[in-house]
Design a protein around this ligand. Structure first.
Ligand SMILES: C[S@@+](CC[C@H](N)C(=O)[O-])C[C@H]1O[C@@H](n2cnc3c(N)ncnc32)[C@H](O)[C@@H]1O
Length: 255
């Protein structure tokens, strides 16, 4: 999977759809603090890091990822947006130890399914200051199954077995209980794309799920996907569907 992220690093931000709503929720949850020390765990190409820095007042952000191509891309992407000198930490989150109470906010976007959530929450709990918050943005397994990919791309929902169900998220023991129960906020986004845009995204493996297919399997699945889309949507230049995500917030009720 690390090889997949090295291969897509340069194109990743452009291939994925980036939404502002989760960032506004973070801004509103953190409220008017004079300063916020945050870390974007598994920041990838930095598309959400950039939005965080733009919208969260007083944020001093550290970028983290295990993939050096992604971290370089994130640094380049922030510089392109006029943001320089952002510290970076490279390494598998499982191997890193952050100093106690080093952060007021720990963020992770679209990555919790790449590592063990209990390990992540335990590390986040230790790294957080007294009134700190953890923000985990992801899509649930059932949300993934309802997306255009889950419905029409052959075996997409079944192959993507790394995502969590809502009941699993609710059972996570936030940092051995010290983070309390999470607040879970649901998001819905109305999407519209052309068939050729969707095929381009899949062929470019914008979701790492597509790397779970061999090249031959991917081509065969794409042909079936195209047939299914043509059958479902009379106008393949205006394919519409709903994407769903959740933000899981720890620390909001318990602290
Ligand atoms: C799907 S991308 C999401 C990137 C970014 N947060 C975003 O939403 O655009 C997942 C990222 O997690 C990183 N990653 C996966 N496993 C990791 C681990 N164990 N420790 C640190 N980073 C990891 C990958 O290198 C990749 O950049």
């Amino acid at each position: 999977m690390d090889r997949h992220f090295s291969e897509v690093a340069g194109a990743y931000n452009a291939l994925r759809t980036t939404d502002i709503e989760p960032i506004l929720l973070i801004r509103d949850t953190l409220g008017r603090r004079g300063s916020v020390r945050g870390i974007d765990v598994a920041c990838g190409g930095g598309r959400y890091s950039q939005l965080l820095l733009e919208h969260v007042p007083g944020l001093a952000l550290t970028l983290h990822d295990q993939n050096d191509a992604m971290l370089s891309e994130a640094t380049r992407y922030l510089a392109e947006h006029g943001i320089e000198d952002v510290p970076t930490v490279e390494g598998d989150i499982a191997d890193l130890e952050f100093p106690d109470a080093a952060f007021d906010a720990v963020f992770t976007f679209n990555a919790i399914h790449h590592f063990d959530p209990s390990m992540f929450l335990a590390k986040a709990a230790r790294a957080l200051s007294g009134d700190g918050r953890v923000f985990i943005y992801t899509r649930l397994r059932e949300q993934n199954a309802r997306s255009v990919w889950g419905q029409l791309f052959p075996s997409f929902a079944e192959r993507e077995d790394r995502l969590y169900e809502l009941a699993e998220v609710e059972s996570w023991d936030g940092g051995s209980g010290s983070l309390g129960k999470p607040e879970i906020v649901q998001f819905e986004f109305q999407r519209r794309a052309t068939l050729s845009e969707l095929i381009h995204q899949a062929r470019s493996r914008h979701y790492s799920t597509f790397s779970l297919y061999s090249p031959a399997e991917l081509e065969q699945a794409l042909a079936e996907f195209e047939r299914a889309v043509r059958e479902r949507f009379p106008d393949v230049d205006a394919i519409e569907w709903t994407d769903e995500n959740v933000m899981i917030v720890y620390g909001s009720a318990a602290r």
